[in-house]
Design a protein around this ligand. Structure first.
Ligand code: CS2
Length: 515
């Protein structure tokens, strides 16, 4: 950690250049976490540096004030630490004009979205922040926060509620158009966001609903975008690195891999920064890029994280360098995700795959299996159902997608005293309570898979109907619980040896399966 005498990062820190004219705010960003600060903020900083424009960003966190307070203390500055095995490099974006927390200043948020000067509201609120139901894909009307926001105009708690209340403010005051830009890993994220915003508006009292929907339909665009950069959580290691190499104290530096990609649909009703200057690509093939990313990268990432955690691996590089996990990752990517993707014309899939494995092996990043494994209930819903359904329709059971689901459930909802290990225990999940209850009521993997998939529709209503998938997931849970991840990989890859359990009468052990 930096010594107490290390001076804090501020606008006065030697070597930190302020812009001669700071950009006025034009973007309100919801989800002011590490990913935004290592991605969109960096592109925006480069765009403003090259072409100017009032595209300063107001960063809004939902509840926690850890980052917003630190950013205020540091004159809206922070360090991006680019980490590769060859070394680290440092940069300081200078594009944020304010930062606050929605829970503490709800009125300020409504005014910020409502201001005529705001032309884009962007989001990185994670899959969980869209308050959608994994079962239906629609707005989760059973969520108490959604219910609150539909009834109370003041102090909305959900991102969707906050946006709709801000849009109503615009409609009432000046009626200037605005773009809502999702930067989260959701299939078809522009349409998904539009659907949720419209659904929320349509649930308001009748006259208000009609008026709000009509305004949204004529004044708001929702481009899709594919975002990609691995950004692990900040630790003291990165704070120390900044202090040592830069000589100042940064409370909230952001570590990131060197790779960064942003593909955006060019549909901005009220203008946009010249993000292409920073390397963003404007394309009409965003859907293909999103499928590629959400399935090949994120979907495979989930498999690596869950199998790794169950094998005792703390990090993604530790996990993907276990040969059986690498082999399973390559098979799920090639044989089960890829066939469902419309690969964009400029992408060479072999090169893309090799690049992914080399990014995942970046051990200097220390990207944790517990981070990638968190929020699986809302992430897997984006990653698994469509490719799985396509394979089932072709008459094949997606073995490794079932293994991903089984490994996820083994981490989050272990049955009968099975201990998945510290890395699985550290995974957070909005469905953890429900899934633990279902696990406590289950005596076999089959029962658990049936309750979770067929009855609770965790992977959607369509996959809930496919008994082949549910049964295979249940069988693989039993193998994971009794024989561990290597045996389960062998079983799912059709390479099971004679020592595998009798799947008809699974016997669950209480200890963690061994490698
Ligand atoms: C990861 C992503 O946590 C996860 O589920 O798959 O955060 C991944 O690291 C990023 O999407 C990379 O762009």
């Amino acid at each position: 950690m930096a010594t107490p005498s290390t001076p804090p990062l501020t606008a006065k820190t030697p070597g930190i250049l302020r812009r001669t004219t700071a950009p006025a705010p034009g973007i309100v960003h919801l989800g002011f976490g590490n990913f935004h600060r290592a991605h969109q903020a960096v592109y925006t900083d480069k765009a403003v540096a090259a072409q100017g424009g009032d595209w300063g960003i107001i960063g809004v966190s939902s509840r926690s004030s850890r980052i917003t307070d630190a950013m205020q203390e540091q004159d809206m500055l922070y360090t991006v630490v680019e980490i590769s095995p060859e070394g680290s490099s440092f940069s300081v974006p200078r594009v944020h004009t304010d930062a606050f927390t929605a829970a503490h200043q709800p009125e300020k948020l409504r005014e910020a979205i409502g201001a005529a000067s705001t032309r884009i509201v962007s989001l990185t609120v994670t899959e969980n922040g869209y308050t959608y139901s994994p079962a239906t894909g629609s707005l989760n009307l059973t969520d108490p926060n959604v219910q609150h926001d539909l009834v109370h105009r003041e102090a909305p708690r959900t991102s969707i509620g906050q946006m709709v209340r801000g849009l109503q403010e615009r409609a009432r005051t000046h009626s200037e158009p605005i773009t809502i830009l999702s930067c989260d890993n959701l299939a078809d994220n522009g349409h998904h966001t539009q659907r949720l915003v419209r659904e929320f508006a349509s649930r308001l009292p009748a006259a208000e609903a009609t008026e709000t929907l009509a305004w949204i339909d004529t004044h708001v665009t929702f481009p899709s975008s594919m975002v990609d950069r691995i950004v692990p959580a900040t630790t003291d290691h990165y704070r120390r690195l900044v202090a040592e190499h830069r000589g100042y104290r940064d409370l909230v530096p952001v570590p990131a891999e060197p790779f960064s990609m942003w593909i955006v649909e060019d549909n901005f009703i009220a203008g946009r920064p010249a993000w292409e200057v920073g390397g963003a690509v404007f394309s009409n093939e965003v859907a293909g890029y999103e499928q590629l990313k959400v399935r090949l990268l994120n979907g495979t990432h989930s498999l690596i994280a869950y199998l790794g955690a169950l094998s005792g691996a703390a990090t993604i590089p530790d996990s993907v360098t276990i040969p059986a996990i690498e082999a399973a990752a390559r098979s799920v990517l090639r044989e089960e995700y890829l066939p469902s993707v419309s690969v964009p014309s400029s992408v060479d899939v072999n090169a893309y795959e090799e690049q992914l494995f080399s990014r995942w092996r970046n051990s200097a990043l220390g990207h944790r299996t517990s981070q990638v494994g968190s929020d699986g209930s809302v992430k897997l819903r984006q990653r698994i159902p469509l490719p799985a359904l396509q394979m089932l329709d072709d008459g094949r059971v997606p073995q490794l997608l079932a293994l991903t689901t089984a490994a996820y459930l083994s981490c989050i909802a272990p049955i009968n005293g099975f201990r998945p290990g510290v890395h699985a225990d550290a995974m957070e999940d909005p469905a953890r309570k429900l899934l633990s209850r279902l696990a406590n009521e289950s005596r076999s993997g089959h029962e658990l898979a049936h309750k979770v998939l067929a009855e609770h529709h965790l992977l959607g209503e369509e996959l809930a109907e496919r008994a082949e998938f549910t049964n295979r997931t249940g069988e693989l849970i039993d193998v994971l619980h009794t024989h561990g991840p290597l045996a389960a990989i062998a079983e799912a890859s059709g390479k099971a040896g004679p020592s595998l359990p009798n799947l008809q009468t699974p016997s669950l052990q209480t200890a963690q399966g061994t490698l």
